[in-house]
Design a protein around this ligand. Structure first.
Ligand code: MG
Length: 219
């Protein structure tokens, strides 16, 4: 919707387009309702298009945080390869104190980072025998159970997994489903991308893999 049409179409969209005041006060809410009444535009929330609901949702957000995380683990013989809580068929696995789920570790760091709570090592020290062989999906749930997260909801997450082998693309749907369920987030808000390192560096030499994650929290 362009500027002029936005005004005549709906004041909420208009507010969004003007980059939204820090806080929408009651006064603004009243003004917007009056504006909508005068123009004779009456919608129930569910009658709005998905796109409009998205814009309106953003207009009501009072605070946004972004976090990023990254992690690397070394490949080793005799361990399963676990990514996003699922076991992948590969002749080697990742070495680590826990189940070495590099994807979930990067994600946990992104979530912890968004609220400036420290890092995954601070939450789950690798010197603590409790986390020996730990299921990282359980660590993810434990992270989100931290009281600081109760005031926030996750808007979306974006993961990039970098490895030369195995080919991850066929496993992405299952990984998305697993994270979507653990985070109670629709799959359209869970992005997982896979790439190689073009044969370069430790990833190219098949010594290990890397994960990078971003998470956005809103309230
Ligand atoms: Mg790790």
């Amino acid at each position: 919707v362009d500027g002029d049409r936005a005004d005549s179409f709906d004041s909420d969209v208009c507010l969004y387009r003007r980059d939204v005041p820090d806080r929408i006060h009651h006064q603004d809410m009243a003004r917007r309702s009056a504006c909508r009444r005068n123009r004779g535009v009456f919608f129930s929330y569910h009658e709005l298009s998905d796109e409009y609901r998205h814009l309106k949702g953003n207009a009501m957000i009072s605070d946004i945080r972004i976090g990023q995380g990254c992690d690397v683990h070394r490949f080793t013989e005799g361990r399963p390869l676990i990514l996003c809580g699922g076991k992948l068929p590969y002749e080697r696995g990742l070495l680590g104190h826990s189940d070495a789920d590099v994807a979930v570790h990067a994600l946990i760091d992104a979530l912890i980072g968004a609220l400036a709570l420290g890092d995954i090592g601070h939450f789950f020290p690798d010197t603590d025998p409790r986390y020996q062989g730990a299921d990282s999906m359980e660590l993810l749930r434990e992270t989100l159970a931290h009281p600081a997260f109760s005031a926030w909801r996750i808007s979306n997450i974006d993961l990039t997994l970098i490895t030369q082998k195995p080919k991850l693309a066929p496993h992405i749907p299952a990984m998305k489903e697993s994270l979507s369920s653990a985070l109670s987030l629709p799959e359209e808000r869970v992005s997982i991308k896979a790439k190689t390192n073009e044969g370069m560096g430790f990833i190219g030499r098949l010594e290990g893999m890397e994960a990078r994650a971003a998470a956005v929290l809103i309230r």
